[in-house]
Design a protein around this ligand. Structure first.
Ligand SMILES: [Zn+2]
Length: 84
């Protein structure tokens, strides 16, 4: 996606669209570069990249939620995505 000539990248963990200067971390998986708003999001993706890639491919709106640890600061619990 481009906006005014500026390429935006999708954070598959928390569902944010990131401007280049907002990308805090990247992860290369099967030849594709994924971008993240934070190292925490990258860490979550790195644990189960296949899960997130599949979800992104099949039903992105179903899981775009508040997974981002940076947006949930102060909350101790976190739901792990189920493989079904
Ligand atoms: Zn994020």
């Amino acid at each position: 996606m481009t906006l005014n000539g500026e390429e935006r990248r999708f954070d598959p963990i928390c569902g944010m669209w990131l401007a280049p200067e907002q990308v805090a971390a990247t992860y290369i998986y099967i030849g594709h570069v994924y971008s993240f708003c934070s190292a925490e999001c990258r860490e979550l993706f790195a644990r189960k990249p296949d899960v997130y890639v599949v979800r992104l491919a099949y039903d992105p709106e179903a899981y775009i939620a508040d997974f981002c640890p940076g947006q949930r600061a102060g909350q101790g619990d976190r739901s792990e995505p189920s493989t079904g």
